[in-house]
Design a protein around this ligand. Structure first.
Ligand code: NAD
Ligand code: UD1
Length: 338
């Protein structure tokens, strides 16, 4: 089986490439290097002990993508490539719609023209919006999103559903990720955000290593066990393994499938701080700040459907997520080398 992985050098893509290659899948990566370093390619190769094809190309470049499909025999696509910073998407909506939505349209068109109709798409729990109550199940109404980033995910889900309705030779799997954290056990691959991290775990690890002074906890007056926001953190390697099951699903039958990838367990911001302190033996100074716009109190996943239909469940707990994030941060204080 040969899988084209768009955005395969990014955080989730790189971990997924390692698991795919270890499972014997032929991987071809396309990435425009917008939000990753090329050294992540070397790290993947070092971990799997073999070479694989990388195309440095933007998915909006139709000619470039056509060439990849002409040169390679692609059975299915895992589509990670996209921009993902919520705040930035509010400032640059056109860039987000162009990169994420238009990029996906170009990819789908090229796939169709080459008779490749199997795709696994990186969606997000953000599509459940503000009003659904956790545990979130895949049949809940989606679309009440609060920002352009979330809207691109929702729009792409709609496009993929319409595509399947128009032609049921397609096999499409929408994966709604909860909060991926953690890193590869080796400490050689992990999350490498640009500038000030937006997300909790990279912020904590940067405080721990002394790059940032203290964490600001965004609100402690939510209706949760300690007043801070509750999320479903999932180890990136568990997430990567979920993609193998999803690819097997689209390879084995046509259809439109939707799965949450989460652990089903909610931890508050302060739970994560405590777990990290225990794993790292480092104290995390923090202050309580205002709520962040668009945040909700509680978000965690129902894991039943992914388990029943894919036979997948997350195995790694919060301790392991913290240990692995910390190992990556200490071994790579400045992220991937240039
Ligand atoms: P990432 O930024 O680390 O990886 C995305 C990769 O795509 C990067 O290597 C980037 O260079 C590449 N890319 C972006 N636009 C491209 C384009 N037009 N052409 C070619 N390559 C392009 O992000 P990630 O955390 O690995 O996320 C992967 C996917 O999962 C994204 O679609 C993201 O929206 C989605 N997602 C992520 C999270 C999360 O918390 N990390 C949660 C839910 C969904
Ligand atoms: C954010 C995005 C969401 C995206 C997800 C995964 C927003 C509003 N939502 O979700 O669309 O799918 O990341 O990439 O940005 N927190 C702090 N201090 C910090 C950082 C975070 O207290 O410095 C808190 C947040 O308020 C939240 C929790 O930590 O309660 C997790 O935050 P984060 O890692 O940003 O993820 P989400 O808010 O779940």
């Amino acid at each position: 089986m040969s899988v084209l992985v768009t955005g395969g050098l990014g955080y989730i893509g790189s971990h997924t490439c390692v698991e795919l290659i270890n499972a014997g899948v032929d991987v071809v990566v396309v990435d425009n290097l917008y939000n990753c370093k090329k050294s992540s390619y070397d790290r993947i190769k070092a971990l799997v002990g073999r070479d694989f094809k990388l195309y440095i190309c933007d998915i909006r470049d139709k000619q470039g993508l056509n060439q990849i499909f002409e040169e390679e025999k692609i059975d299915s696509v895992i589509h990670f490539a996209g921009l993902k910073a919520v705040g930035e998407s509010v400032e640059k909506p056109l860039e987000y719609f162009d990169n994420n939505v238009n990029g996906t349209l170009v990819l789908l068109d090229v796939m169709r023209n080459h008779g490749c109709k199997k795709i696994v798409f990186s969606s997000s729990a953000t599509v459940y919006g503000l009003n659904n109550v956790s545990p979130l199940t895949e049949d809940m109404e989606v679309g009440g999103v609060t920002n352009p980033y979330g809207r691109t995910k929702y729009m792409i889900e709609c496009i993929l559903k319409d595509l399947y309705t128009s032609d049921n030779e397609w096999s499409i799997c929408l994966l709604r990720y909860f909060n991926p954290i953690g890193a590869h056990k080796s400490g050689t691959m992990g999350e490498d955000p640009n500038g000030i991290p937006n997300n909790l775990m990279p912020y904590i690890t940067q405080v721990a290593i002394g790059k940032r002074e203290q964490l600001t906890v965004y609100g402690n007056d939510y209706d949760t066990h300690d007043g801070t926001g509750v999320r479903d953190y999932i180890h990136v390697v568990d997430l990567a393994l979920g993609h193998i099951k999803a690819v097997e699903k689209v390879e084995s039958e046509n259809g439109l499938f939707i799965y949450n990838l989460g652990t089903g367990i909610g931890y508050s911001v302060l739970d994560v701080v405590k777990a990290f302190e225990k794993a790292s033996n480092v104290t995390i100074p923090y202050k309580i700040g205002a709520r962040r716009a668009g945040d909700i109190a509680t978000c965690y996943s129902s894991t039943k459907k992914a388990f029943d239909e894919l036979g997948w469940k997350a195995e790694r707990g919060i301790e392991e997520m913290c240990e692995d994030s910390w190992r990556w941060q200490t071994q790579n204080p400045n992220g991937y080398p240039d």
